[in-house]
Design a protein around this ligand. Structure first.
Ligand code: NAD
Length: 436
């Protein structure tokens, strides 16, 4: 079997399959110690990485220049690798059912090029059991080898937070599991080379899979509670953020805030768990209630904006509203599964002309994915209201007054989804201000 020594002495190569938000930083970090192949089936992504650029902005140009990763879209290169880490997407389909096709595809590709004595590690977020029930049979079939006899598997979930400079791969404790104790030890040593925060080995692959999926499920539910509170307090004319600040002075009050839950983790992973639970005859209630609340927040924000326009005496149909930020969260360029699209669609249903700006999102991707045209900020001036949907640093730096300056009539109307600005400042500046 592949050993730590053979890898650290670079007698054996290591591969990362899927070079997105998770795979690329991992490949770059591991390449400081190991001989690393970075494989992705997207030739354009490989060309971009070979040119030293990472459009996800997770790895800086300096880090890219220093990294010694052999990038390729030729799957045959995997045949030269004895440790293969898979970090491909695990999305849901439009019926909110786990779409395991990328994971199955990657397992097949890896299986085809798998040699005896290798180890395959999965990092993608899945439901407990997916690695052994879905991936291992595909690896065995494609390779003609038998797991446990000819190769081993492991699971080590990724817990990074895109756009977050503090919680980087190195700084987050890594959960590690293997199909046998030897594999768990091997993976602990390998990840231990790059993760300085520590390694947390667990007794089975299922435990590691479950740990990851509940982290995001817990977060989703906590945010859903904040969203529900914010809808209740709004009816009472109470500012939720101020309530949370006050409640947060108690030592055990958890610091969650209301907001849109998009992206491909928090809003997606709970469905992996509920899918598996349903297949076992358990119908989750709490988890799905949280999902329903969070998935409806875009519609709620749009409806609240319409009411504010009416309160200010503006004609809704034919009015124009600027939406600042379309990415799934602040300071990332990623628009996949963004819930800002819900706000835009709902406003458009009311006959409102929606004008959109985002300093980080790619205009072509925004067109293809959301069907929206991004405009320059200056082009938006004269709108009837502004929704700061994503609080990118660029908007914080711009400040409330400049943002209010985009409005054509007085008082300017600002909907501050993430509560990035101060209501007191808005009052002083005579801005009609609302936040979740
Ligand atoms: N992005 C995050 O913040 C984050 C955090 C923790 C865990 N995760 C999990 O990690 C996994 C990967 O997420 P991501 O955000 O890095 O995805 P991503 O979409 O950014 O990147 C995935 C890459 O895999 C490639 N790919 C897809 N199918 C492939 C195949 N069959 N063979 C080779 N390459 C293939 C794609 O071309 C893409 O470049 C998911 O399961 C996700 O839930 C993501």
């Amino acid at each position: 079997m592949v050993t730590f020594e053979s890898l650290i002495k670079k007698k054996d190569r290591l591969a990362v399959v899927g070079l997105g938000y998770v795979g690329l930083p991992l490949a770059v970090a591991l390449s400081r110690h190991f001989d690393v192949v970075g494989y992705d089936l997207d030739a354009r992504r490989i060309a971009e990485l070979c040119s030293g650029r990472d459009q996800t902005l997770e790895v800086s140009e300096e880090e890219m220049a220093r990294a010694q990763v052999d990038y390729t879209h030729q799957a045959e290169t995997l045949a030269s690798c004895r440790l293969i880490i898979v970090a491909v997407p695990t999305p849901i389909d439009r019926h909110r059912i786990p779409d395991l096709n990328p994971l199955k595809g990657a397992s097949k590709t890896v299986g085809k090029h798998l040699s005896r004595g290798s180890c395959v590690v999965f990092e993608s977020t899945v439901y407990p059991g997916a690695t052994e029930e879905v991936c291992v049979p595909i690896l065995e079939k494609a390779s003609g080898l038998v797991m446990g006899r000819h190769f081993t598997v492991g699971y080590s979930p990724e817990r990074i937070n895109p756009g977050d400079r503090r919680h980087r791969l190195e700084a987050i404790v890594k959960i590690v599991s293997g199909s046998d104790a030897e594999t768990t030890r091997l993976l602990s040593r390998i990840y231990g080379q790059v993760v300085t925060a520590g390694i947390h080995p667990v007794s089975s692959i299922k435990v590691a899979e479950a740990a990851k999926v509940i982290e995001n499920t817990q977060r989703d539910l906590n945010i859903a509670l904040m969203n529900e509170l914010s809808m209740i307090f709004d009816r009472m004319h109470i500012d939720t953020r101020e309530v949370l600040e006050a409640a947060g002075t108690k030592w055990n009050f958890l610091p969650f805030t209301p907001g849109l839950v998009g992206g491909h983790c928090i809003g997606v992973d709970p469905y992996y768990l509920t899918f598996k639970a349903e297949s076992l005859g358990y119908h989750p209630e709490m988890i799905l209630a949280g999902r329903r609340i969070n998935d409806n927040m875009g519609k709620y924000i749009a409806e609240r904006t319409v009411k504010l326009l009416i309160e200010e005496g503006r004609q809704v149909r034919g009015s124009s509203v600027a939406v600042l930020g379309v990415t799934f969260k602040e300071n990332v360029p990623d628009i996949r599964n963004t819930r800002v699209g819900d706000i835009i669609r709902e406003l458009a249903d009311y006959g409102i002309r929606v004008r959109i700006h985002d300093p980080l999102a790619d205009p072509e991707e925004s067109k293809a994915y959301l069907g929206v045209k991004l405009e320059a900020l200056e082009a938006l001036s004269g709108v009837d209201g502004v929704i700061v949907a994503v609080i990118h640093d660029a908007y914080k730096e711009m400040g409330l007054e400049k943002i209010a300056g985009l409005c054509g009539n007085a008082p300017p109307l600002i909907v501050d989804v993430k509560g990035g600005f101060s209501p007191a400042e808005a009052r002083r500046k005579k801005i009609r201000y609302w936040r979740l």
